[in-house]
Design a protein around this ligand. Structure first.
Ligand code: DGL
Length: 269
């Protein structure tokens, strides 16, 4: 048993897709979430910058003496995790492995689509791992740089969101994939629009939700479960104004988070 908290971070709102699922899978756990809203987006930045941001986000979460860190960001998981994993004396998990594990088990026609930020797509992280599981699987990838700003501005189900989804997904749909990895944790917030465009026969893999399921298995195996819940069970930190995060995050999590969000200076970490 381990009563310490779980640290989760992302560049902004997207990681809440993982948090929502962790709350369901592991209801006794206490979570510290950091959304780097002052530096979002990560996905269009250089590798050096993404590494620098990832390190400071981990240092910030480590200051709470958490038991594990979840990189609920496809970009930081793809670009930074392989390198920084050995730099910290704490277990760190990312979203790529969990999403790929589920995708290769889901596809029937061995055609998997991968959506991600430019950084994630350029890294090749998802398809490399898919090929390791099964070299016969064909992958079709697409960078979707406008999805993150859409989500951060609350465009979950609007006409603009529909137009952008159509523009980005046309090619992947034409290829006939039966499984589509939402390789950025912001994208499940556009799930309805993406699902409608792709059609019923395509299964969407939510990387945030998959990492939560993975975490549950890991906690079972390594006996990491908490026996007691903190008084402040869920605490959220951001690096820019908290109002937008409180409003959109609350809608998405379907719970009031006003008063639980604090702004910090991430440059200090
Ligand atoms: N949620 C992050 C991801 O999964 C968004 C990246 C960004 O800030 O561009 O990749």
């Amino acid at each position: 048993m381990n009563n310490k908290r779980i640290g989760v971070f992302d560049s902004g709102l997207g990681g809440l897709t993982a948090v929502k699922q962790i709350m369901q899978e592991l209801p006794n756990e206490s979570i510290i979430y950091f959304g780097d809203t002052g530096r979002v987006p990560y996905g269009t930045r250089s590798r050096e910058t993404i590494l620098k941001y990832t390190r400071s986000d981990i240092r910030f979460l480590k200051s709470f003496d958490v038991k594990i860190i979840v990189i609920a960001c496809g970009t930081a998981s793809s670009v930074s995790l392989p390198q920084i994993k050995s730099e910290f004396d704490i277990p760190i998990v990312g979203v790529v492995d969990a999403a790929v594990y589920q995708a290769v088990r889901t596809t029937k026609n061995k055609k998997i689509g991968i959506l991600g930020t430019p950084g994630t797509i350029k890294s090749g992280s998802y398809e490399k791992l898919i090929k390791e599981y099964d070299p016969q699987i064909q992958t079709f990838k697409k960078a979707c740089p406008l999805f993150v700003p859409l989500v951060e501005n609350g465009h979950f189900n609007t006409t603009v969101a529909k137009l952008v989804v159509e523009e980005y997904l046309e090619e992947v749909r034409r290829e006939g994939v039966d499984t589509l990895i939402l390789g950025c944790t912001h994208y499940p917030l556009l799930k309805d629009v993406i699902a409608e465009y792709m059609g019923e026969e395509v299964t969407l893999i939510d990387s945030g939700a998959e990492v939560a399921k993975y975490l549950k298995k890991k906690f079972d195996a390594d006996m990491l479960h908490s026996e007691q819940t903190d008084e402040d069970q869920y605490k959220y930190y951001v690096s820019d104004s908290k109002e937008n995060f409180e409003e959109l995050g609350g809608i998405f999590l379907e719970r009031e988070i006003n008063g639980q969000v604090e702004k910090i200076d991430i440059e200090k970490y």
